[in-house]
Design a protein around this ligand. Structure first.
Ligand code: HEM
Length: 409
């Protein structure tokens, strides 16, 4: 077996397949101080859960430098837009609680369930685009378009603006892995400013002409029932809906299909018994977690998994490792659509920051696969074009491409 110290956490080969590294950490040093990197990686299920449920000790207000935050030149560019404010992902209670309660309603299970017919319609429209050719590249022809169109519709963005929308979404997440060039970071900063100006204008439009969409909800929202949100706060929330919701759901759909193609017996089971699709989504989130991990910072001196953590130290909660922890999931490395406790995964986090869009992502995954299985059959990996490599990031995990062949149903 390989040892924790033999791995370079940011080396391309580790990022492409981090699972042996996670396993070594869990077995040898479950709270591992990465030499020279200035942070700890937390790899066991129970320790991650402990940190997530103690937001009084482990803050989400992570100081700059770890999650691909902009450098000085990028900040100069961002000054021509709206400087970031902490609302959801990078905030702590009690301020986080106030913002979160404003957006909870828009993403409640009940509101999301009402979207089902439109999610199905969008899935069918995307499949119309490739069904007759007997082959497709699933990421670009289906998995990107489904969540992007759903959120664009919910925000009230015209379909014609979708290509710009996709670019803003990509450019908002690209810095997250911390693995992009300086030039790319500047491009991303320019793109985010463009996004802000676009949505600041749309918000102004809603102020004078309200509609039934999330932008109008934000205009009407009142913090503590009195204070309206300012534009910078609304933009921060909107950017997180884009960042957190698109690429993650795209990656979930592509990974699920890859895992099924690699396990044809399970593909047969799921296509024959569609009631397994819900658990297919959960099991994929477990074994190929789209968000591999996120940082917290210790507010004070503490201990985690028996390891002393000094005040202000950063800890990377490796959700993807907890999701393969043998102490919680039997035969944890195995993909199993019938696994009974798949849904206890940590892929949506846990506690006060539990994914706002979890119900929506689950719906998109379920309806996406129901629609695919209704329209195409005999699905298999295409003979050429597949190297099954992932976008380089140690935070977000997703296939670059997935080429399939199939028969129209
Ligand atoms: C498969 C798809 C998705 C995955 C794997 C995912 C994963 C996550 C994770 C792990 C967190 C917790 C962050 C933390 O621990 O600090 C989170 C939070 C969040 N997610 Fe998702 N997400 C997905 C889809 C979505 C969608 C569709 C939306 C919205 C449209 C969304 C919006 C958010 C927001 C706004 C937060 C911040 C919540 C807060 O800090 O209170 N996510 N997500």
């Amino acid at each position: 077996m390989s040892h924790t110290s033999q791995f370079k956490p940011l080396a391309p080969e580790t990022v492409e397949c981090p699972y042996p590294f996670y396993r070594a950490m869990r077995e040898e040093q479950p709270v591992y101080e990465v030499p020279g990197a200035g942070f700890f990686i937390v790899s066991r299920y129970e320790d991650i859960l402990y940190a997530l449920s103690h937001e009084d000790i482990f803050s989400s207000m992570v100081p700059p430098g770890m999650q691909g935050e902009p450098d000085d030149e990028a900040i100069e560019i961002m000054k021509s837009g709206y400087l970031p404010v902490n609302t959801l992902l990078t905030n702590d209670p009690p301020s986080h609680t106030r913002y979160r309660s404003l957006v909870n309603k828009a993403f409640s299970a009940r509101r999301v369930a009402q979207l089902e017919p439109s999610v199905r319609l969008i899935a069918n429209e995307l499949i119309d685009g490739f069904v007759h050719s007997g082959r497709c590249e699933l990421v670009s022809q289906f998995a990107v378009g489904l969540p992007l169109t759903v959120i664009a519709d919910a925000l009230g963005v015209p379909r014609a603006d979708m290509p710009r929308f996709k670019k803003w979404s990509d450019d908002s997440v690209a810095p997250l892995g911390g693995m992009i060039t300086h030039q790319r970071q500047l491009d991303c900063a320019r793109s985010i400013v463009e996004f802000q100006h676009y949505f600041a204008e749309r918000l102004e439009e809603r102020r004078s002409a309200p509609r039934d969409d999330i932008l109008t909800d934000l205009i009407n929202a009142r913090l503590d029932k009195t204070e309206p949100l300012n534009t910078a706060e609304m933009l921060s929330i909107l950017q997180q809906l884009l960042v957190a919701g698109n690429e993650t759901t795209t990656n979930l759909i592509a990974s699920a299909m890859m895992l099924l193609c690699q396990n044809p017996d399970q593909l047969d089971e799921v296509t024959e018994d569609r009631s397994l699709i819900g658990n297919l989504v959960e099991e994929t989130l477990r074994v190929e977690s789209p968000v591999q991990g996120l940082f917290r910072v210790a507010k004070r001196h503490t201990e985690l998994g028996g390891v002393k953590i000094p005040a202000h130290a950063r800890v990377l909660l490796m959700y993807a490792s907890g999701n393969r922890d043998e102490g919680h999931f039997a035969d944890a490395q195995r993909f199993d659509v019938r696994r009974a406790n798949s849904r206890t995964h940590l892929a949506f986090g846990q506690g006060v920051h539990f994914c706002l869009g979890a119900a929506l992502a689950r719906l998109e995954g379920k309806v996406g696969f129901e629609t695919l299985f209704a329209r195409i059959r005999n699905i298999r990996l295409a003979k050429d074009g597949n190297d099954l490599t992932h976008t380089p990031s140690f935070i977000l995990r997703g296939l670059k491409e997935l080429h399939l062949e199939f028969d129209p149903a």
